[in-house]
Design a protein around this ligand. Sequence first.
Ligand code: ATP
Ligand code: MG
Length: 252
Amino acid sequence: MSSTGESSSAVAVEDLTKAYGDTVALRDVSLSVAPGEFVSVVGHSGCGKSTLLRVLAGLEDDFRGTATVDGTDVRTEGGHRVGMVFQEPRLLPWKTVRENVAVGLPRDVDPDSEAARERVDALLDRVGLSGFEDARPSELSGGMAQRVSLARGLAYDPTVMLLDEPFSALDALTKYEQQDFLLDLWRDSDLTVVLVTHDVEEAAYLSDRVVVLGGQPGTVETTVDIGEGRPRDREEWLVPYRDRITTALGVE
Ligand SMILES: Nc1ncnc2c1ncn2[C@@H]1O[C@H](COP(=O)(O)OP(=O)(O)OP(=O)(O)O)[C@@H](O)[C@H]1O
Ligand SMILES: [Mg+2]
């Protein structure tokens, strides 16, 4: 597969500038992500990471430049298949786990149909939550709630998964488990992943490539290729990559 040319990119952003009133969140951001690639975006608070994901998810239509997913402009209604996972699970507390995941089904699927139920239950199985279909969000741990949110994102049958700091609210041990869980899911699928994180080691451990955003408004400072094979451990090889990313971030 060619890695050049927009049409072969799962995600292609060119000269993206996004302002909220007088606040310019992103300026002239360009990046592309190949199909099946795992890319992380790191940067200081306020540099526009969430804004970038919101643009890719089709949640913003007022911007300059171009943003495409699978070659389709993100502003095309229903034209691209992305799943989004937010920092907080954002589950509806009065709905069951199954009902929360069903919220993510495409509009043309009747959520009350048997087919929908089978699809949702298969997704819950995939994220390791079989047996919790009828539980309420308040009965779940933080890691489980985040996996419901992941299943809800997958319900749309996305080609591209966008994750906005999905593990930052979890304790260290749960975070490691969830990171490995995400890696397994990605490896066993054709998904392209764009993950936003503050956590430099997380970015290096998980990704094929790390895009460092800097400044306010945010621009791409540098891109670091993580040339480590998989499966990976969390050992010394990480250190030089972590140092390159933190240097690009201007962190001592
Ligand atoms: N809806 C909005 N209205 C006005 N300004 C906004 C809005 N959303 C974001 N901004 C501004 O755009 C800039 C980028 O915000 P964004 O949320 O994308 O940053 P971020 O990199 O995700 O930060 P964090 O790491 O804290 O989540 C900030 O200056 C923010 O105040
Ligand atoms: Mg953010």
